[in-house]
Design a binder for this molecule. Structure first.
Ligand SMILES: Cc1cc2nc3c(=O)[nH]c(=O)nc-3n(C[C@H](O)[C@H](O)[C@H](O)COP(=O)(O)O)c2cc1C
Length: 184
């Protein structure tokens, strides 16, 4: 898939089909993350691939309001949890680069998945401590985000339809609003 077509096609998918995701496709997505740039090449990203149904249910309950937020995650075939070995990154005063590094790497996963015909959705609405508890993640590792990985269902689910209310999720600021030339 052409790169710009991949960028245009990516959207948050909250309803997935039952089709299982080939191991090789998951590996290619993770390989895309492995090649991401990072502060001083610290590569602080660590990924956990979760396929076990019971573990996914427990991850759902680790989301805000006991899982009411992001309840749709209960039906996804795979969840990739993006963590950071924060000490392997660095900071510039109050700017912590592990967040930047892991965000870049996870977006590589997201775009690679799109090119594979897979759906994803960035998830930030979880309790870090609860996710740590479910997955046995040590205290010094930060949990930055997670995404489901799977084939989008033919039809949008309730949560996608809710997210589309007012087409908020499709609305983007214009270039004029976000770009300045030569100075602020
Ligand atoms: C850091 C981050 C956290 C997000 N957390 C959630 C989340 O917890 N649940 C959810 O359904 N969507 C979440 N999203 C998805 C956004 O709502 C979505 O990207 C935005 O509305 C734009 O829609 P689009 O991705 O379909 O273009 C998150 C996105 C980002 C970048």
């Amino acid at each position: 898939m052409d790169f710009y077509e991949t960028i245009r096609r990516r959207r948050s998918v909250r309803k997935y089909s039952d089709q299982s995701v080939p191991e090789e496709a998951i590996t290619r997505c993770l390989e895309a993350a492995r090649l991401a740039p990072s502060w001083r090449n610290g590569q602080p990203w660590r990924f956990i691939v979760v396929r076990d149904r019971e573990t996914i249910q427990r991850l759902v309950r680790a989301n805000w309001l006991g899982g009411v937020v992001n309840l749709w995650l209960k039906d996804v075939p795979v969840v990739i949890v993006a963590c950071a070995e924060a000490r392997a990154s660095g900071d510039k005063g109050d700017q912590l680069y592990y967040l930047v590094d892991v965000a870049i790497a996870l977006e590589h996963v997201v775009l690679a998945a799109t090119a594979e015909g897979l759906g994803t959705c960035w998830i930030g609405g979880f309790s870090e401590d609860k996710v740590r508890d479910v997955l046995g993640i040590p205290d010094h590792i930060r949990v930055v985000a997670m995404t489901p990985l799977g084939y989008p269902a033919d039809r949008k689910g309730l949560y996608d339809r809710l997210a589309a209310v007012g087409k908020r999720h499709l609305r983007r600021k214009s270039l004029e609003e976000i770009v300045r030339y030569e100075k602020w």
